[in-house]
Design a protein around this ligand. Sequence first.
Ligand SMILES: NC(=O)c1ccc[n+]([C@@H]2O[C@H](COP(=O)([O-])OP(=O)(O)OC[C@H]3O[C@@H](n4cnc5c(N)ncnc54)[C@H](O)[C@@H]3O)[C@@H](O)[C@H]2O)c1
Ligand SMILES: O=C(O)C(=O)C[C@]1(C(=O)O)C=C[C@@H](O)C=C1
Length: 367
Amino acid sequence: MEKQQILIAGLGLIGGSIAKAIKKESEHYIIGFDVNENTLHFASNHGIIDEAFTNFEEAALKADIIIVSAPISETIQLVSKLDDIPFTKDVIVSDTASVKGSVLIAANGLTNKAIRFIGGHPMAGSHKKGIEAAKEHLFENAIYVLSPLDNATEENVDTLRDVLSATKSNFVVLQSDEHDEMTGVISHFPHLIASSLVHQARKWEKKHSYLPNLAAGGFRDITRIASSNPVMWQDIFYHNQSKMSAMLDDWIIEMEQLKKLIEENEKEEVISYLDSAKNYRDGLNEGGRGAIPAFYDVIVDIADQPGAIAEVALILANASLSIKNIEILEVREGITGALRLSFYSEEAQEAGQKVLKQRGFETMIQS
Ligand SMILES: NC(=O)c1ccc[n+]([C@@H]2O[C@H](COP(=O)([O-])OP(=O)(O)OC[C@H]3O[C@@H](n4cnc5c(N)ncnc54)[C@H](O)[C@@H]3O)[C@@H](O)[C@H]2O)c1
Ligand SMILES: O=C(O)C(=O)C[C@]1(C(=O)O)C=C[C@@H](O)C=C1
């Protein structure tokens, strides 16, 4: 494809990651715009962008493709500004906002005929923010939602998809309302619950000051996202307000029902509630249904002494087994700890367990 001039407006975690991926995989020219000059300096100094602009209009006039990747409310402002820019050629405009409805309403209201708007949302991220946290592989294998408006042709969508293929994500076209409902369920609502669980723990800590020491794998796994950027999440809840409110109503009813089952010790029904949740959760990994990767984890007990992790890593390396991730679980002074090793496949998981067992390690497959 022809070399494109691509403006990324908002060079934080998401914009920076998109810029890095395109830079690595193609010859396209990357223009950066951000209200934070330190961010622009960082992006220029690290070769993430080819040219930096502190003026949005000047940057936009140079671009064939504009990807707005600012907070949602700022994205809407930037999109609205496009109306007054005297483009001399058509320009493909996209965004990355986590909620599509309000951005697409703003884009739909534009009268500038040069604009071909395709809403976008890469379904991956992190609890970190800013360009320092940007990674070129952040969206690898993730779903990347595209929501074209009527003014965008199929050719425009193909061009944008070609450019974004550098992210190695999987594209899907969705309407904004279905997008907002689905992300409400699978991304926004879980965030609310994670924060609420943290608040619950904080309240109980007043009674039991030792409580944080018991926060092991379960609490950490389910609340990781509560460490995300609060300003971004308030913006998401605000823009997806009606869907969040309906989901909260449903959740409150379900919790009332669950409370009753527990208070009345309805053993079979509680098992059935947990069992159907487990089955659905386990099924999310099957047949490429979702973006949740299958777990190929092995838990290994290790002595809490220098060199223990290196020894495990060396055994696996000698057996030519790569590990995707390694996590230390609850290692406390003088007490045996454990490592969670994540492998890329079931075969590697089994081979890893075997070789570690042969070397005398206590292991367990975690499913
Ligand atoms: N963080 C995630 O997990 C995630 C995932 C997918 C999509 N998103 C969406 O992507 C967008 C960006 O999120 P992020 O995580 O990269 O945030 P971030 O805070 O890491 O980066 C936002 C960047 O936008 C810049 N900015 C703010 N106002 C601006 C303006 N008016 N003009 C130009 N730049 C401006 C900031 O200086 C910052 O560099 C948001 O709309 C968010 O909803 C976030
Ligand atoms: O991985 C995380 O930390 C995220 O929360 C990423 C996550 C999500 O999966 O819910 C959050 C918001 C985005 O709009 C897209 C992805």
